[in-house]
Design a protein around this ligand. Sequence first.
Ligand SMILES: *Cc1c(COP(=O)(O)O)cnc(C)c1O
Length: 376
Amino acid sequence: MTSLFNNYARRAVHLVKGQGTVVTDDQGKEYLDFTSGIAVVSLGHAHPTIVKALQNQSEKLWHISNLFESPEQEKLAESLTKDTDLSYALFCNSGAEANEAAIKLARKHTGKHLILTFEKSFHGRTFGAMSATGQDKIRQGFGPLLESFETLPFNDVDALKGAANENVAAIMLEVIQGEGGVNSVEPAFAQAIMEACQQHGILLIIDEVQTGIGRTGTRYAYEQTALKPDIVTLAKGLGGGFPIGALIAGKDLFDTFGPGSHGTTFGGNPLAVAVAQTVVDHVFEPTFLQDVQDKSAYFKAQLQSVLPTEKFSVRGNGLLLGIHSNEEIAPVIQKAEQQGLLLVPAGTNVIRLLPPLTVSKKEIDQAVAILKNILN
Ligand SMILES: *Cc1c(COP(=O)(O)O)cnc(C)c1O
């Protein structure tokens, strides 16, 4: 691998295939994948329905320009916005791009540029998304950053009240900070955000790149809070492993992006849309979402019953869970890998648990047994 940049701390595992929750390396060793490629393979690996969707589309049409009409994109946009207060979608290829579009939309719509974001947030690696990200380690060395982002402490009502005023274009946040440590927005903070938005005419951008599309047990994580977004960004789980991002927004914002104002060559590509439509149809079924909630409650209860509570606490919602530890968790992740369980950290002290939404209770039991063994 000497011809690759070294910008990832890659693990010495070469995965060659996957089925459901199980992935297999080139030595034939099997692992339970509780990373889902970081919340991406929402229906597990090689789910037959999305394999079929991709196969079918690949025999018909791979790519057209967004200069041609697309009933397929229209349908996906409708599925994403149905029974929400949001009305319009546009498609792109990644989470950072979706956030970039959100920042542009908010600036153009309000004619203002100040955006309030939060410590430990993660919004992506492009200049706009990176500037919005409240973590120095991600921004270091790349300055000067994009102007006009103010980073506030998360869940701090007073800090928010102090910073919200008529000059603010938007507030941007994750409902559960994924990369930043599985930290959930508190009800009082959600309330304060809504009051600030109403009082000062501030737009609310919710980054659901990680939490969206069923990951937390509802279609979108904001549905479990008092937050009423003007703009929602999506990516990761939307394509079930095929790259696609989206921005969905309220109808007041429609006129802000007229022809020629924003775009991307690949956004909403027919292959990506065919797969995403299949994922969304599957995940947005109420019985499927209920099943995610049931498995989440089961997973949390099992973890709480085996982990020493003085050292660990379990947080998060749905199948975006975090085990918070007062010690560094890198050795735990390594041991779990040896024992056949793939995990990712969120910061230095949190183990993130992100199984496919299709994970079985038996697989949860197996993962809990491995964690129990390591953490006790
Ligand atoms: C992963 C992530 C992003 C960035 O998405 P990319 O597809 O890697 O650009 C943005 N926001 C959140 C909340 C994420 O988890």
